[in-house]
Design a protein around this ligand. Structure first.
Ligand SMILES: N[C@@H](CCC(=O)N[C@@H](CS)C(=O)NCC(=O)O)C(=O)O
Length: 209
């Protein structure tokens, strides 16, 4: 299997970590949708021109991080239970994931606002709205992490993966928002799980990727 995309993308990174935690072997092709020469290659696999995509052994391309994670959970034979099968524990993992993925989406949207528009065309009230959504999301994730961080299981669940990836991504692009909204428990959760190879080996390294 080949995972397409760089770990700078939180959607790519969360799939890489889940595949690794699921015990599934995969290669990496670190293409970036923001680089025109890479985009040509990405569009051959995903006409939308987005990452991640996962190319299976038979050539089938899975598009969207949700489809890739769904595949990993379905095919994994690992002991690690990333997402409980049912009940309140499953809903809690999905609820945490919804906030974390929302923060990732808004983080990416905020970058598009400032990186793709000429400065004169940035509509500040809309950018402020997005930044506020990130802040609100981080505030929830900090509270959820407070409940989690003092009784950490040895193994992370899908909510932990998404929380850590959201935290690390916003720390990269808007560290002041993390300092203000999620100063303690979420960074502690991130430090804790980033010690695991699945997280450490799938991390954005500007000089390497
Ligand atoms: N819902 C998608 C979002 C993927 C996404 O937005 N990827 C970004 C990189 S972080 C991308 O490729 N953007 C290029 C574009 O949308 O034009 C997923 O979960 O995979």
């Amino acid at each position: 299997m080949i995972l397409i995309g760089r770990d700078l993308s939180p959607f790519v990174r969360r799939t890489a970590i889940v595949l690794a935690l699921s015990g599934l072997a995969f290669e990496r092709r670190k293409l970036a949708s923001s680089k025109p020469e890479d985009l040509v290659e990405i569009k051959k696999l995903n006409p939308l021109g987005r990452v991640p995509a996962l190319i299976l052994a038979d050539g089938e391309a899975l598009i969207d991080s949700n489809a890739i994670i769904d595949y990993a959970l379905e095919t994994s034979e690992s002991e690690v239970a990333l997402c409980p099968a049912d009940g309140p524990a499953r809903r809690q993992v999905l609820r945490t994931s919804a906030f974390a993925v929302g923060v990732m989406e808004k983080g990416v949207a905020s970058s598009y606002e400032t990186l793709t528009r000429p400065a004169a065309k940035v509509h500040q009230p809309w950018l402020d709205h997005i930044l506020n959504q990130i802040t609100e999301g981080l505030t929830v994730l900090e509270k959820l992490a407070e409940e989690r961080v003092f009784k950490l299981d040895p193994d992370p669940n899908l909510g932990d993966v998404n929380s850590v990836v959201a935290h690390d991504f916003i720390t990269l692009i808007r560290p002041e928002l993390v300092r203000a909204a999620a100063p303690h428990a979420l960074p502690a959760l991130s430090r804790h799980f980033n010690k695991l190879p699945a997280f450490k080996n799938n991390q954005w390294q500007p000089n390497k990727s």
